[in-house]
Design a protein around this ligand. Structure first.
Ligand code: C2E
Ligand code: MG
Ligand code: MG
Length: 292
């Protein structure tokens, strides 16, 4: 009996593997078609300064408008894009469009609203990455000071010497650098001081359960004090409830992002969004947010 159950398990496992593989192959073919077929869009989510409720940034979040499956979030396709070598092409598409939209955002906001672009650790180590970004910035003539690259905290673990060199190259271009999802691995704090980093963004897994979870609160307080000692800006993500906002206010956190203020919105809604901000008619649950 046990033997039979074992065999069934193996068969089930193989079926799952096959399904996974087929899914991956489908996605790869579809991804290639999607890049040339304009199926991608960038959504933007506001980043808020709690001192004055001003919007200080917009995070660019990739979406795939899949013809059959609807709007897909990155976890459904980014790793396939990485494994199949399509990420550099997709990454360049993101740079190009986020830089174009960044320029438009400067014009619409008439202020220093930064655009945050996510870069995976793997993407960072791609040999052409820095040159590509530099070329795109020059071509579009966007001010690099308005760009903020969010790089996953694995960058602190994998090959920090090479990472330091690449990040140094990026700082030379003039962009800002944020360590994203900070605190999700917690294995690499000692490398933080070795990299040219402007800010850390605290992972949602840690911000989700405060106030209330004293263990998470203890870890957060430690991370906040490390960031402060290293003179790094802190931004907290995943704020959904006012109690969370109050907790971080009380811990002197200034920059926040989350559904409490705004969901990510499609790029074509940005003009309307900035109009609403200018007229002061935008009134989300998180209170009136406005332009600097
Ligand atoms: P991330 O950079 O940590 O982005 C934050 C994620 O949390 C986003 O998910 C965002 O929609 C979501 N989020 C924001 N506020 C809240 C909230 O209050 N509550 C909850 N439950 N979620 C919130 P999304 O857009 O699915 O992106 C997931 C991850 O995919 C991102 O994590 C980022 O690592 C990656 N990603 C997104 N766009 C790109 C891209 O253009 N390139 C690369 N390489 N990675 C990307
Ligand atoms: Mg991010
Ligand atoms: Mg994050």
């Amino acid at each position: 009996r046990a033997k039979k159950a074992g065999r069934n398990n193996i068969q089930m496992y193989q079926k799952e593997m096959n399904d996974e593989l087929t899914h991956q192959i489908n996605t790869e073919q579809e991804l290639r078609a999607a890049i040339s077929g304009h199926q991608f869009d960038i959504y933007y989510q506001p980043q808020i300064d709690l001192e004055n409720q001003h919007i200080v940034g917009l995070e660019a979040l990739l979406r795939w408008r899949h013809p059959k499956r609807g709007v897909l979030a990155p976890h459904e396709f980014i790793s396939v894009a990485e494994q199949t070598g399509l990420l550099p092409a997709l990454g360049e598409w993101i740079f190009y469009n986020a830089c174009l939209q960044c320029r438009a955002i400067q014009a619409m906001s008439r202020s220093h609203v930064q655009v945050a672009i996510n870069i995976s650790a793997r993407q960072l180590h791609h040999p052409q990455m820095v040159e590509t970004l530099k070329r795109v910035i020059a071509e579009i003539r966007v001010n690099p000071a308005f760009l903020n690259l969010e790089i996953g905290e694995q960058v602190l673990v994998n090959n920090p010497a090479e990472a330091a060199e690449i990040l140094g190259g990026l700082k030379e271009i003039g962009v800002n650098i944020t360590i994203d999802s900070f605190g999700s691995g917690l294995s690499s704090l000692s490398n933080l001081a070795r990299l040219p980093v402007d800010a850390v963004k605290i992972d949602r897994a840690l911000t989700r359960n405060v106030p209330g979870d004293d263990y998470d609160a203890a870890i957060l307080e430690t991370l906040l004090s490390i960031a402060s000692r290293m003179h790094m800006r802190v931004i907290v993500e995943g704020i959904e409830r006012t109690e969370q906002e109050t907790f971080f206010r009380n811990h002197n956190v200034r920059y926040v992002q989350g559904h409490l203020y705004s969901l990510p919105m499609p790029s074509d809604q940005l003009p309307e969004f900035f109009n609403a901000l200018k007229q002061g008619v935008l009134n989300p649950e998180g209170g009136q947010i406005g332009l600097p």
